[in-house]
Write a protein that binds this ligand. Structure first.
Ligand code: GDP
Length: 461
């Protein structure tokens, strides 16, 4: 990548659409725009000021390609910080591709992946975490991932990390002053002080790290499974949630033999939902394979939706399932649905409720759609309920890697304090943790530690 290049790309998604945008950025962006675009009324692109639009014609020599709108951004007031232009043309692959190629013919080169954002980073328009948030926002599926990426984009994540880093820097300053100038009038650094300061930063880092686990689940979709014996309405439920007929529904027991997995949006939560083969003992070999697959998928699910038929009394299979879900490990969420509420028998329902005891239970009719909203609310409550807007702050793997590294150094440092390791060695661990956090936000560690020492203590007095 060269800073002097003028780059160009189609900024909108491929496919049919009313409008598309071709974006150009770089020193030559406006001259490329000038060559391919003629504003109506004889105005020159070179005379347009920043944030101005012109309606005009995209021309390839004397051939008219499209009528379009050109928006001009002048450095540094653009996304990349360079001169930029955007041509909003008519959508569809042909016109957009032609305009893109025309720009390339006239001095721009095709942009690399993420190059506009990379330029924004290089030109100081965005921090690294903000730049990463742009990518996360583009790939966000659910509302909450979008919010998390939005908060990171606004710099909230960087603020939290900076806060932690500042605390470590101050601590390092105190240690350095105490170790290097013990005879001066410097405040004493005790093991208690170090342990308590380190514990607070560790708690903060852990909370962020845990928010990642929820964030990543929400980003990738929560692995969930619909389980229950044959014919209780699992496929019907899957179809209801999907909004179209994907699974085969028949009234013959044992129809669903494959694992069907789909991304389903349930309110603000995305589920990777599997409709598993009937969970019952069977002699049919093919069906048996389905049951085994279902078991494996079950063990990998973070959410189990167990379905029961409220129109028939619980049998041995239902009781076995209830005992299995009641003993699911604590990291698995369980939701019990008593289905077929449109034809259910009150006596059967209360028997299920009695057997299900304290498990979250909802009455639904997958066929008619009754109870769907309650089901969605229950799932949202499970994953978003306690999370404040700030609850999920980041969803980026590189950042998580840096944070976990910092956390390991901090825990080593705290362990070291307890084992009586020298403060010098503790300082090295803390400094490594601060470096890892600096790597997270993309800034290089500077002489800030040294500055901190001399700004806070009157060493030479
Ligand atoms: P699965 O084997 O658990 O996947 O069950 P299916 O979804 O294939 O449904 C079995 C039968 O129950 C089909 O005839 C469905 O139409 C019927 N069914 C499913 N849900 C309901 C419901 O809420 N009400 C009624 N009345 N019938 C249902």
């Amino acid at each position: 990548m060269s800073m002097s290049d003028t780059i160009c790309a189609i900024a909108t998604a491929a496919g049919e659409g009313a409008l598309s945008v071709v974006r150009i950025s770089g020193e030559g962006a406006l001259s490329v725009a000038e060559k391919v675009f003629s504003p109506f009324g004889g105005r020159a692109v070179a005379d347009m000021s920043g944030y101005c639009c012109a309606y005009g014609r995209v021309m390839d020599g004397s051939e008219r390609i499209d009528d379009a709108v050109l928006t001009v951004f002048r450095a540094p007031h653009s996304y990349t910080g360079e001169d930029s232009a955007e041509i909003s043309c008519h959508g569809g692959t042909y016109v957009t591709e032609r305009i893109f190629r025309l720009c390339c013919k006239n001095g721009a080169r095709p942009a690399e992946r993420g190059e506009f954002t990379k330029l924004a980073l290089i030109n100081g328009k965005l921090s690294l975490t903000q730049a990463e948030a742009v990518a996360d926002m583009i790939s966000a599926q659910g509302e909450l991932t979008m919010k998390a990426a939005g908060l990171a984009r606004q710099g909230r994540l960087a603020q939290r990390i900076d806060g932690m880093k500042r605390r470590l820097t101050v601590l390092l300053g105190k240690i350095a002053a105490w170790v290097d100038y013990p005879d001066e009038d410097t405040p004493e650094v005790t093991e208690e002080l170090l342990t308590s300061e380190l514990s607070e930063v560790i708690a903060e880092a852990k909370a962020l790290s845990e928010s990642y686990d929820t964030g990543i689940l929400l980003k990738k979709g929560i692995p969930a499974a619909i389980i229950g014996k044959p014919n209780v309405g699992k496929s019907t439920l899957m179809n209801l949630l999907l909004g179209y007929d994907r699974a085969i529904v028949t009234d013959r027991a044992g129809t669903t033999r494959d694992i069907i997995e789909e991304s389903v949006r349930v309110g603000d939560v995305v589920l990777r939902l599997a409709d598993t083969a009937g969970m019952r003992k069977t002699d049919d070999e093919v069906e048996q394979i389905g049951v085994e697959l279902a078991k494996k998928r079950l063990s990998e699910s973070a959410l189990l939706i167990a379905v029961f038929d409220g129109s028939a009394a619980p049998d041995e299979d239902d009781r076995r399932l209830i005992s299995e879900i009641s003993s699911a490990d604590s990291s698995t969420n369980v939701l019990a649905l008593i289905n077929k509420s449109d034809i259910s028998e009150a006596g059967c329902v209360s028997e299920y409720e009695r057997l299900l005891g304290g498990l979250a239970t909802i009455s639904v009719s997958a066929k008619v759609g009754d109870g769907q909203r309650e089901l969605e609310q229950a799932i949202e409550q499970m994953y978003l309920g306690s999370g404040s807007e700030d609850g999920v702050l980041f969803v980026n793997e590189r950042q998580k890697f840096c944070l976990d590294r910092a956390l390991r150094y901090l825990e080593d440092a705290r362990g070291g304090v307890q084992m009586g390791v020298t403060f010098d060695a503790i300082g090295v661990e803390i400094s490594d943790a601060a470096d890892a956090l600096a790597e997270l936000t993309g800034e290089r560690i500077t002489d800030s530690v040294v500055d901190e020492v001399f700004s806070k203590f009157c060493v030479g007095k």
